[in-house]
Design a binder for this molecule. Structure first.
Ligand code: C2E
Ligand code: CA
Ligand code: CA
Length: 710
């Protein structure tokens, strides 16, 4: 038992009127002697210490013992009462923790002491010793006992308060590595037979994996001393497999060296608060995620069905809050919530991800290509003028879309991909839509690594061009090459553009990279022109990204490079896609016209995958239209595809554009595009992209019948 200074303890526990310490039953000391003791020096000395001492004979004394007595002193100095027997009578009802008992006699041997202690005495005091020492020891027992009882009482009160409250309580003892959880803690999670102490992983493993790392990092930071408080909102698994949102609040206990010895706190179920966005009244992430879970389950049972999720960010709410005040900003968000809800079908879900980000979940889409059309429609609804407090507000929005696939197991999978796509949409400016594709999934750290290496790779000339031949379908002659970027990575070997072009675009490295590749193409055009072409016209096409169209100096750089190597600019063709043009149609068109004026030819790439709009096509100076591989693939087996190819070919011819069928892999596909009078063809069937040295045989044979190569 720890030694407690009696005076200090008493000062902490100064009895208040009516408290147990002042009534008879709660006397500080019950002094049991052979008869009512008068003028006993020990009793007087105890009273001098301001202790409330009640002297009683043995029988009355035993009857008067309660657990509010400070201590019982059994005086068997004169041998008239049996000290051990009296002690046993007290111990029959009260433990040494509940009621301290001190035996007093004159002259005590070691055996007496041992016997008394073995019967549950808290102390043995010899009257023959110094009186002051005896008084001090009794006083200490009274103070310690009181303190312990007080503690127990407040613990009981705390337990009652805890169990009565809505919060679950947890207490993690770092030393023993055990976690104690209250009944209510288990109850929140639907656990019936909770155990008294569990391993901390019992808790941590139940935390939703999306939040677990953050919880662990924050917990670690609190334990390591960054903060004595720990607070977190996260999801935790219920016994029925669903997740509850909880708020956890805790305090860290430390030893004198500042090391954490424990952490304890509460856990509050906040699922209901989390379920509804207070401002808009829309369901938020939790119910949305649960709803997606259910739909994914249905889709798995009915293959072929699909759903789509939209993460929608309203641009400029921050500016509205700042300029017009938050009340206007809130009104705007509520208006948008209302519009989205009334636009969609009752089976669709409009949700709030908080603040200016909304979610729309289409429970069923018939054709994944519809998802973009709906995205455009959502943008239109949002952009309709909002009149608010005499102000006219027009808004744009960025949208990330994900269409359900087999790889989506849960709602949170789709939500996280929709956000990845939204991030991508916002990167390329306001008012954009981006459809998630798996290439986006690279982790941020990996992306940074690639970006760093790519920067060096561009400087070192490790980004090179492979060339894939394109043949004239009528004459069988080689007519040009598409140049395709390859990264000759010092350790990884040849890296495909699918891996590094998105990183180059996101980091802006695409601009210096394209400048460099155009130089490479210029040099290659000069060499082949001189060595093989023998006066025959041919082209080298280079792929451009949207950012290249925003860079005015690219044209001048291109002219300089071709001049420097002595190659005609008419050899160069640039390939752009419709969706790149859509980012900034007018700016892009201006740039294309400048290229055209400089003598460069222009191809529209991946035709059929974007808006495929005739009116756009007629406004842009294309001389070649490349039909996307998805229309060529298995075209010989699909009457539908043949119809589409026929229509595109007719369209191109009417606009005086050369039509190229891309990605021909089989003779059946080759025969179809030939029968449709397409002008040119490209694909593994005729030749894969290759580095220049590997192309020498093909170039030497220039002019031979293409069919002989097949
Ligand atoms: P793209 O412009 O549509 O290029 C055609 C892609 O289809 C190339 O993939 C090519 O190797 C592949 N291909 C050609 N014929 C066949 C075939 O018969 N079957 C199959 N399965 N595939 C075929 P690659 O080289 O991996 O390029 C992928 C994409 O990367 C390109 O698609 C283009 O969008 C981009 N890219 C490549 N080089 C550059 C570049 O220098 N600059 C920019 N901005 N983008 C580039
Ligand atoms: Ca291309
Ligand atoms: Ca293409």
């Amino acid at each position: 038992m720890n030694k407690i200074d009696g005076n200090l303890a008493r000062s902490i526990l100064t009895p208040v009127a009516g408290s147990p310490g002042t009534d008879d039953a709660g006397a500080d000391v019950l002094f049991l002697g052979p008869e009512n003791v008068v003028d006993d020096p020990l009793v007087s000395a105890l009273r001098d210490r301001a202790l409330n001492v009640r002297t009683l004979n043995r029988t009355d004394g035993i009857a008067a013992v309660t657990d509010s007595v400070g201590a019982v002193v059994i005086d068997h100095s004169n041998g008239k009462i049996d000290g051990i027997e009296t002690l046993d009578l007290v111990r029959r009802n009260y433990t040494d923790e509940q009621v301290p008992v001190i035996l007093v006699r004159t002259g005590i041997g070691v055996e007496d002491c041992a016997e008394a202690l073995s019967h549950g005495a808290n102390d043995v005091v010899d009257r023959a010793g110094a009186l002051a020492l005896a008084v001090q020891r009794i006083d200490d027992h009274v103070a310690t006992g009181r303190l312990r009882r007080q503690l127990k009482k407040s613990q009981d009160r705390l337990t009652l308060a805890i169990e009565g409250s809505n919060d679950g309580i947890w207490d993690w003892d770092i030393g023993t590595g055990t976690l104690q959880l209250s009944y209510r803690w288990y109850e929140i999670l639907g656990i019936r037979n909770g155990r008294d102490a569990v391993d901390p992983d019992y808790w941590l493993d139940r935390i939703h994996e999306d939040e677990r790392n953050t919880v662990l990092t924050d917990l670690r930071a609190s334990l390591d001393g960054l903060s004595d408080r720990f607070s977190s909102e996260h999801r935790i698994r219920h016994e029925n497999g669903t997740y509850r949102w909880v708020h956890v609040h805790a305090a860290v206990a430390r030893n004198a060296d500042g090391e954490a010895i424990g952490i304890a706190g509460s856990m509050t179920d906040i699922t209901d608060r989390k379920a509804i966005d207070r401002l808009t009244g829309l369901p938020n992430r939790g119910p949305l995620s649960a709803r997606i879970d259910r739909t994914l389950g249905r889709i798995r049972r009915h293959p072929g069905a699909a759903a789509a999720l939209y993460a929608i960010n309203i641009d400029g709410i921050g500016m509205i809050n700042e300029g017009y005040g938050e009340a206007v900003g809130n009104m705007v968000l509520k208006t948008i919530a209302g519009r989205l809800t009334s636009t969609l079908r009752p089976t669709d879900v409009v949700a709030s991800f908080g603040g200016d980000v909304f979610g729309v979940f289409l429970d069923r889409i018939d054709d994944p290509s519809d998802s973009l059309r709906v995205g455009k429609r959502i943008q239109e609804v949002i952009s309709e003028t909002i009149e608010c407090e005499g102000r006219t507000i027009n808004l744009t929005s960025g949208i990330g879309i994900v269409v359900s696939t087999d790889r989506h197991v849960s709602g949170s999978d789709m939500i996280s991909e929709a956000f990845t796509a939204l991030k991508r949409a916002k990167k390329s400016g306001k008012g954009n839509i981006s459809l998630f594709d798996e290439k986006m999934e690279m982790s941020a750290a990996r992306r940074l690594d690639i970006e760093r290496e790519l920067r060096t790779g561009i400087d070192n000339g490790d980004i090179v061009l492979a060339y894939q031949p394109i043949f004239n379908l009528n004459t069988g002659e080689l007519t040009g090459f598409e140049s395709l970027a390859r990264w000759l990575h010092p350790e990884r070997g040849m890296v495909s553009p699918g891996e590094f072009i998105p990183v180059a675009e996101e980091s802006g490295l695409i601009v210096p990279m394209t400048t460099r590749l155009i130089e490479v193409a210029a040099e290659r055009a000069a060499v082949w022109n001189e060595t093989y072409a023998n006066g025959r016209p041919f082209f080298l096409s280079v792929n451009l990204s949207a950012q290249n169209l925003e860079t005015p100096q690219l044209i001048k750089e291109t002219q300089d490079a071709f001049d420097r190597f002595g190659a005609p600019l008419s050899c160069l063709k640039i390939e752009v896609t419709e969706s790149q043009m859509m980012k900034d149609f007018d700016g892009g068109r201006r740039r294309l016209e400048e290229f055209r004026e400089a003598g460069v030819n222009i191809a529209i790439d991946d035709f059929g995958t974007g808006y495929s709009s005739l009116s756009y096509l007629t406004q842009l100076p294309f001389d070649m239209l490349k039909i996307d591989r998805s229309f060529i693939m298995d075209a010989d087996l699909s009457a539908e595809k043949q119809k589409i190819l026929h229509a595109i070919a007719a369209l191109g011819q009417s606009l005086d554009m050369a039509i190229v069928g891309e990605g021909v892999e089989r003779i059946g596909e080759h025969e179809i595009i030939k029968s449709l009078n397409m002008e040119a063809c490209q694909g593994f069937f005729y030749g894969k992209p290759a580095l220049p040295d590997d192309l020498d045989p093909l170039l030497s044979a220039w002019g031979i019948d293409m069919d002989a190569l097949c």
